[in-house]
Design a protein around this ligand. Structure first.
Ligand code: PMP
Length: 340
């Protein structure tokens, strides 16, 4: 067993889990990196740690200082746990449409939560822009100062994946990896992991799995930002090239409808004991499509971003699913079969 100095040492070094049905359906080896095993239960603990460490190294944070961020939830949870462990405070701006479970987790971690209406990025009241303005204000007025984590355009986010996620995948696969694919929120995971893996081998192919309603699939396939449809998936779906995405060029791009991703998530629970959030379903659907395009015999890695309990009131709620016209898995509504 390992002995850690603090919970921060438990961030990263997550295992690769073989996805059996996906592998068998494609003749490839498809692995998911189990980021839900991080202490904050998502891949965003890494960004939280690297953004705060970077600010400390630049001398931007004093004890008791405030970290302000606009987030769909997981980055806020990661930042809050790191901030708690290191003696900082967090103020989190979140679109009110995000799941109550994530909001509760943020409150539980001691974050100050500010809910704002979900409006597009170009609107000055978008959560990211509100958080930027609030950080500026608090930097002037709070005695211990404040910083804006700015995960979308702060390259410390991507750097964390270059030095940890990519290296872990390289060593975890023994260098036997042919492809990596995932969805984009900030792009830190995709572009950072790609950058790190490219340093190890020029042979690895990279893919982006975009949800409906995002504009990157269109951008990478036609050069134009166009979005079509919508998705219930939280934490992903981007309409611009963030600083973290700059320089990244995918070899494969897919747009994944929610029902394709949800069927994968539902089957993984009952068939493989893996209970994941919606973005993991988008990622695995992308990995399956990429495996089919590359052909049998390849090893492809994707990200299992967070745990399903974060979405119990939404994508695991029959009423919510029916309302959205999405498939409802039979087992969710099963009545007990055994009398007592
Ligand atoms: N999945 C979930 C559930 C997330 O919260 C996020 C981050 N917002 C992502 C995927 C995407 O990660 P990244 O920001 O590194 O692109």
């Amino acid at each position: 067993m390992s002995r850690y100095n603090s919970v921060l040492d438990a961030i990263g070094n997550t295992p690769l889990i073989r996805l059996h049905k996906a592998s068998e359906a494609t003749g490839c080896e498809i692995y998911g990196k189990a980021e839900f095993l991080n202490p904050g239960q998502s891949v965003k603990d890494r960004a939280g740690l690297f953004i705060i460490r970077d600010a400390e190294e630049k001398g931007l944070l004093e004890p008791g200082g405030i970290i302000v961020e606009g987030t769909a939830g997981n980055t806020g949870i990661g930042l809050s746990l790191v901030a708690d462990a290191l003696g900082y405070r967090t103020v989190i701006v979140i679109p009110e449409t995000q799941s109550e479970e994530k909001k509760d987790a943020l409150r539980l971690m001691g974050a100050e939560l500010i809910e704002v209406p979900a409006v597009p990025y170009k609107n000055p009241n978008n959560y990211v822009k509100v958080s930027g303005r609030l950080a500026e204000q608090l930097a002037r007025t709070h005695p211990q100062g404040a910083i804006w984590a700015n995960q979308f355009d702060n390259l410390a986010n991507r750097d964390g994946h270059v030095v940890t996620t990519a290296e872990e995948i390289w060593h975890g696969t023994g260098g036997e990896i042919d492809g990596f694919i995932c969805a984009v929120g900030t792009g830190g995971t995709l572009a950072g992991t790609a950058m790190g893996l490219k340093r190890r081998s020029g042979q690895i192919k990279f893919g982006i799995a975009d949800p409906m309603g995002a504009a990157l699939y269109s951008y990478y396939t036609t050069g134009e930002f166009k979005s079509e449809g919508s998705s219930i998936t939280e934490g992903i779906g981007q309409g611009r090239i963030t600083a973290n995405l700059e320089g990244f060029e995918p070899d494969f791009a897919y747009q994944i409808p929610d029902d394709e991703a949800l069927r994968i998530v539902f089957d993984l629970i009952t068939e493989e004991g893996l209970c994941l959030g919606g973005s993991s379903g988008i990622n695995i659907a992308g990995a399956i499509r990429m495996a089919k395009e590359m052909g049998p015999g390849h090893t492809i890695v994707t990200i299992l971003c967070d745990y399903g309990n974060r979405y119990q009131s939404k994508m695991f709620n029959p009423a919510f699913l029916r309302d959205k016209g999405l498939p409802v898995p039979q087992w969710i509504e099963r009545t007990p079969q055994f009398d007592v």
